[in-house]
Design a protein around this ligand. Structure first.
Ligand code: ATP
Ligand code: MG
Length: 650
């Protein structure tokens, strides 16, 4: 009997991919880790915290006495920047490369751990001279360049709280974030490079600061050479200050719960929330999971998270995870198709990248462009590839596995959130027999469940709400300045349990599949349908490049499925026969109940800067409402294009 709260379990998947024997034998983590963690979760995490160098050891692993406000590694003190830099230099790794930086125009820099340490000390000295003290907030609005990492670590070194804002956001979005966390200093650049031209940034900061009287200093990196206005007394050039400062800086140790940063969520479902992460627990989480999920071999790997630093994935897997593990990483400034569609593969080939971590939106773009381009480069150095940010459609997973992984390397589909700080549900690459489209199992130390409306675990083969039932070290500590919203958003639907806001199902083997956001779930004639499954069915048709599905009010069925579809170039512009074919395709793949009432062929979909589809805006279109808040869209003109295309019957 189907519980009324459960999502219909629509799709089936029989394909499974085991790691090679060679990979499994050399893997960092074996199946024993699951048993070890479930025997004593706190002891498991206390052991992982030993990866870090503590100035004062902690005396209690977790204080949950004022739940849901957690304190991890109580009594311990550490400096996050020292853990990412100084200790590696002290251990003789100063000459190891921290970053291979690849600028969009083709400029490159190789930065070692010694050099990065010196630069961070210099920047810390300058921030101190600008009056920045522990606990102060510093906003960082930068392109993807080494100075962004240096700025973050300089803050961490001083115990100042950074808030990195996507370099593509508008003055208004920047202003809102600066005001929300009361930042007093902004670090920016004159401009960055994007798709072959200069995109100015300082003017955006200047405009934002008209509304931010508390900001007293702006530190400006000279990156793109564009002309900028200058406010003497407020504005300071990076190259005149940081590069001239002393590289000697004695770091102070801070409490394990000292705040490290505030990161605003992407705003896919509503207003962004200022998520607060602290020091010891967060660093333990990203350090351990990077080593575990990516099977990190720091001596030999060249690791590349192809994401923006202005997104949590960049914080945890470009900066804090990799540096705390003394990893060599690639840092790439630009977009995947500048100056040509082979740019990523050229970078993999050039730096002999071993590990690539990116979003399904990028994979779907490569599928659209065609796999022929990849054949021009050697991808033989890759030994593991990962995906994050949205459910990966089985079709996209198979393409990634075949054309990037050459059917040879494990694929890890990693589920997590800004709030969780680090990866929560993912295959273990040396253990799991992966299924295309499934995040599989909670990692050792993480306790996840799928529950119905009453908070009761659903049986295998059923869908429901994804929850995390035990606290974990890298969990958010609160929403900045709004403890009550923290409790209401995450801990009130099922008291005592973390509510992620995502739908999920357990398949017949008990493995976890993400079904999309609970806010996006459709209810058609009493059947609760997942956006993800219908989108994946559409994407499995060779004519379709991308699809987004929403539920729109319907007099007959309560809600009806409305699909927005981007066709592959070879499919033409999509006449009525294509729409008919796609409706039949969905009916065949998963059943008549999931058949879209309407399919709109569009040229683009509204996405956040982190590549997530903003279904709430499409719902506005499908229900003929004015579209809501678009400030976190990568390209705000997309909605106008879609609305125009639809009214002209495109
Ligand atoms: P907001 O909370 O402001 O609406 P957001 O949820 O998009 O924004 P993020 O924290 O960047 O902000 O994204 C986390 C969400 O991304 C998850 O809740 C989930 O919906 C989705 N997600 C991330 N990774 C995966 C994955 N591997 N599979 C499925 N969904 C994923
Ligand atoms: Mg969210």
């Amino acid at each position: 009997m189907q519980h009324p709260a459960a999502f219909e379990n629509l799709s089936r998947e029989d394909r499974r991919f085991a790691p090679t024997e060679e990979f499994a034998e050399a893997a960092n983590v074996t199946a024993a880790a699951y048993a070890e963690a479930s025997a004593d979760n706190l002891a498991f995490w206390a052991k992982q915290a030993e990866r870090l160098t503590w100035a004062e050891p902690f005396t209690q692993t977790l204080d949950w006495s004022t739940a849901p406000f957690a304190k991890w590694f109580v009594g311990g003190t550490l400096n996050v920047a020292v853990n990412c830099l100084d200790r590696h230099v002290a251990a003789g790794l100063g000459d190891r490369v921290a970053y291979y930086f690849e600028g969009e125009p083709g400029d490159t820099r190789v930065i070692t751990y010694s050099q990065l340490t010196d630069s961070v000390c210099q920047a810390a000295n300058v921030l101190t001279s600008l009056g920045v003290k522990a606990g102060d907030r510093v906003a960082i609005y930068m392109p993807m360049i080494p100075e962004t990492v240096i700025a973050m670590l300089a803050c961490a070194r001083l115990g100042a709280i950074h808030t990195v804002v996507f370099g593509g956001f508008s003055a208004d979005a920047l202003k809102t974030r600066i005001l929300d966390c009361d930042a007093t200093v902004v670090i920016t650049a004159d401009g960055g490079f994007r798709k072959g031209s200069v995109s100015p940034m300082k003017p955006t900061v200047d405009a934002a600061l008209l509304g931010c009287p508390a900001v007293r200093s702006v530190l400006v990196v000279n990156r793109a050479g564009n002309d900028v206005d200058w406010m003497p007394g407020r504005d300071v050039w990076w190259h005149e200050s940081v590069e001239a400062a002393s590289p000697v800086h004695a770091a102070e140790a801070f409490d394990s719960e000292h705040p490290l940063y505030v990161m605003y969520t992407s705003g896919t479902t509503g207003n962004p929330k200022g998520i607060l992460h602290t020091s010891g627990g967060y660093l333990t989480g990203c350090s351990f999971t990077q080593w575990e999920v990516f099977d990190l071999k720091p001596e030999t790997d060249v690791y590349w998270t192809a994401a923006d630093i202005g997104w949590v994935t960049g914080h945890s897997y470009i900066v804090y995870g990799p540096l705390s593990n003394a990893t060599t990483s690639v840092l790439y400034e630009g977009t995947p198709d500048s100056p040509h569609q082979g740019r990523w593969w050229e970078i993999v080939d050039k730096y002999q990248v071993t590990t690539l971590y990116c979003a399904p939106t990028a994979i779907r773009a490569f599928m659209k462009w065609g796999h022929e381009t990849l054949a021009n480069y050697s991808l033989e150095s890759l030994r593991l590839i990962g995906s994050v940010g949205e459910p990966i459609n089985p079709e996209a997973y198979m393409w990634y596995r075949e054309h990037v992984g050459h059917n040879r390397v494990p694929v890890v589909d990693t589920w997590w959130q800004t709030e969780t700080g680090s990866i929560m549900i993912s295959p273990l690459p040396g253990v799991t027999h992966g299924k295309p489209g499934a995040a599989m199992k909670a990692l050792p130390g993480i306790v996840a469940d799928v529950v119905d409306d009453d908070g009761v675990s659903v049986p295998n083969g059923t869908g429901g709400y994804l929850v995390i039932t035990e606290p974990w070290p890298s969990m958010l500590r609160t929403i900045w300045g709004d403890d009550q919203r923290y409790v209401e958003t995450y801990w009130s639907k099922f008291p005592g349990t973390y509510f992620a806001g995502d739908g999920a199902k357990r398949d017949d083997d008990g493995d976890i599949w993400l079904l999309g956001r609970v806010d996006d779930v459709m209810n058609v004639s009493g059947h609760r349908l997942s956006t993800t499954e219908i989108e994946s069915a559409l994407v499995s048709n060779p004519k379709v490049a991308e699809a987004a599905v929403v539920g729109a009010a319907d007099a007959l069925t309560g809600q009806a499925v409305v699909a927005f579809v981007i066709l592959r170039s070879e499919a033409g512009d999509g006449g009525p026969h294509v729409v008919h074919e796609l409706r039949m395709h969905v009916a065949n793949q998963i059943g008549k109940i999931a058949q879209p009432r309407q399919i709109m062929i569009v040229a683009e979909l509204p996405k956040t800067r982190s590549g997530k589809i903003m279904r709430r805006l499409l719902r506005d279109v499908a229900e003929n409402r004015p579209v809501g808040d678009v400030t976190t869209l990568a390209d705000t003109s997309v909605m106008t294009t879609i609305a125009a295309g639809i009214s002209t019957g495109m």
